[in-house]
Design a protein around this ligand. Structure first.
Ligand SMILES: Cc1cc2nc3c(=O)[nH]c(=O)nc-3n(C[C@H](O)[C@H](O)[C@H](O)COP(=O)(O)O)c2cc1C
Length: 224
């Protein structure tokens, strides 16, 4: 099983609740499936570029114009996106670790999504077939921490909506969420219990993911 872990948090693990969820998740996962191929992308170690006009031309012009020939600059503008897309397309499971910032994903995570979710890289798009995935990701595990407490379908929560919509567009609808909310100690006396419960949930989700049956062992249609 190939797992791609993308982390958007500048803090060390001992200060970051979402990174502690990731530590619990991968601790259990590696215990149960020592054979997993894990690729870690720490977005603060290697920062994604913002989406550029050159990247826009390189990935979207071919959708509309079969005769388009990229310039050298347009070709180079795709370097980061292409490398990340390769890791994305090799993954069976995507794990996203992040805090909630201003009610949504950190900007660095959004920058990564803008790079990776491009036509010709992780999906194809045509009027006849709509959007066709080029990846084989079965599930996303979203590990998130927030200062405030959020009820289900809370209208302030733009984070889980962002993740569901963006990855749903490329055909990934199975999203398991572990959310340590209420982490602001000023307003939540029970922040420690909330964290411990989320850490427990991260470990349980790892057990479910470890049991995933993947078609990839024998190919989608049973061939070697
Ligand atoms: C820049 C910034 C913006 C934040 N915005 C929100 C927010 O919109 N809603 C919220 O509930 N908490 C917000 N918080 C609090 C964090 O989500 C909270 O501290 C969480 O535990 C961070 O995750 P971490 O411990 O993994 O870093 C914000 C914190 C920072 C630093």
């Amino acid at each position: 099983m190939n797992v791609l872990h993308v982390c958007a948090n500048p803090k060390p693990t001992e200060e970051s609740v979402s990174k502690q969820l990731a530590a619990a998740f991968f601790g259990k996962m590696i215990e149960l499936r020592p054979d997993i191929e894990l690729v870690n992308v720490d977005l603060y170690d290697e920062k994604p570029p913002f989406f550029s006009y050159e990247l826009y031309k390189r990935v979207w012009y071919p959708v509309f114009d079969a005769a388009y020939k990229p310039s050298k600059a347009e070709e180079m503008a795709m370097n980061y996106a292409a490398a990340q897309a390769e890791a994305f397309n090799a993954a069976d499971v995507l794990v996203l670790t992040m805090p909630m910032w201003n009610f949504t994903v950190p900007a660095i995570m959004k920058a990564w999504m803008d790079q990776v979710l491009c036509p010709g890289l992780t999906f194809k798009i045509s009027p006849q077939e709509g959007v066709t995935p080029l990846h084989k990701i079965k599930s996303i595990v979203l590990l998130v921490a927030s200062g405030g407490v959020y009820k289900e379908d809370d209208e302030r929560d733009a984070l889980t909506r962002q993740v569901r919509s963006a990855f749903g567009f490329v055909g990934i609808t199975d999203i398991e969420i572990v959310w340590a909310d209420g982490q602001n100690p000023l307003f939540n006396m029970d922040h420690e219990q909330r964290k411990e419960m989320a850490i427990e949930a991260a470990s349980e989700i790892a057990e479910d993911i470890a049991e995933l049956e993947l078609e990839t062992t024998f190919g989608a249609f049973g061939e070697e």
